[in-house]
Design a protein around this ligand. Sequence first.
Ligand code: ADP
Ligand code: MG
Length: 396
Amino acid sequence: MTFDKRTIRDADVRGKRVLVRVDFNVPLEHGAVADDTRIRAALPTLRALLGAGAAVGLVSHLGRPKGPDAKLTLAPVAKRLAEFLGRPVPLQPDSVGPQVEKTVREMKPGDVVMLENVRFHPEEERNDPAFAKQLAAGFDLYVNDAFGTAHRAHASTEGLAHLLPAYAGLLLEKELVALGGILDQPEHPFVAIIGGAKVSTKMDVLRSLVPRVDTLAIGGGMANTFLLAMGRSIGRSLAEPDKETEARLVTDEVEGNGKELLLPVDVVAAPSADAEGASGAAIYEVDEVPSHLAIVDVGPRTIDRYARAIRNAKTVFWNGPLGVFEVPAFANGTRRVAELMASSGATTVVGGGESVQAVEEAGLAEKMTHVSTGGGASLELLEGKTLPGVAAIPDR
Ligand code: ADP
Ligand code: MG
C-alpha cells in the first residue's frame, strides 16, 4: 500500500523542538514496565529525530486515570526509555503548564523530555482545543507515532495536528502499510483466521474481510455462535444466540462466493473454562459435545485443516485466540496457529490485544511479517474505518 501522509522523512527537524505522541500505554507490574514492546516500537522514530538534530518531547497516556493518579505515572516508562536511548529522559511533573513550557523552550538538539500522563487531564479525551494549545506550547512540530491510540480523537492524538505542522512517525507508517496492505492488495491465497471471545466485537471486521479472503477460518469462543447457527449443540459454551442470524449471513456469503469456510470440526470441551476444568477436558467432534461441558479450544483435526490452509497461503491475517489460551491446557490451538504462521513463507500479520499477547508469549513475534501494536486501532482499520489520528495528518 502506498502511504500518502507526510512522514518525518518529509520534515526538516534540525534545531526544532518536536512533540511526539507515542503510545506508551504499557502493562506495569510492581511499579515497573512488564512488557516494553510498545517502547521498543517507538525507538526508530525517536532515533531518527534525535539523529537529525531535533529536541524531542514525548506525550502519552497510561491506563484510564480519573484525574492525577500516582499509580499511573509514566516514571517507570521514562526510566526504561532512557536505558534504550542511552540518554536521560527527565519526566515532567505535568503534561502542561508554565514550568513544562519553560523546560521545553530550553531543550537543546538531542535532548529528550517526557510529559506526565496526559490523561491526568480530562480535557485530553474531550479533545479540548484550549488544552491542545497548552500541550503545543513551546514546540515547533508535531509527530504522531501512537498507532494504538490513532482510533481516538483526543487532544494529543488529533487536536495537536491542527495546531502544529503534523507528520506521521515511522511506526504509524509501518502499521498502516502492513494492515492497509491486507485490505488493499493481499497476495492470494489470502487466509484470515478470526477467533476471540465474542462474535459481536468481530462482526464488522468479518464483514470487511469476507469479500477479500479466499479462506475464512473461525475459531475461539465466537465460533460457538456459528456452530449454534448450524444447529450444533454446544453445551455450556460461551455463545451469543442473538447473533445467529448475522453469523449465518457471514457463512452464506463466504460459501456463496465459492470461498472456503473453516469452522471447528472437533473441539476441546471442559467442565469449566478455568484451570480446574483442565482435568475434566477431552476432545469431541462438534456434534458430540456433552451438554454439561463448554468448548474451550479447537481440536487436532481442526488444527490440521488450519495448517493446510496456512501452508497454501501467500497472506495470512490472524486476530483472536482460538481458545481460552490463558489456561495452558487450553492454549494448544492458539499456540499451534502462531507456530504455523511463524514457519510459513507467507506474509503474516497479527492484530489484536490477546492474540498479539499470545504471539509475544510464544516468542514468535520476530518471525511474523508484522505484529500490530494496536488492538482496537488495528481492528478499526481493518473494518475500513478512518482513524482520526491518521486523518488529521496532511497528505504529502
Ligand atoms: P483479541 O484481543 O486478540 O482481539 P478477543 O479480545 O476477541 O481477542 O478475545 C480474547 C479472549 O477470547 C481471550 O481472553 C480468550 O480466553 C477468549 N476465548 C477464546 N476462545 C474461547 C472460548 N472457546 N470460550 C471462551 N473464551 C474464549
Ligand atoms: Mg481483546
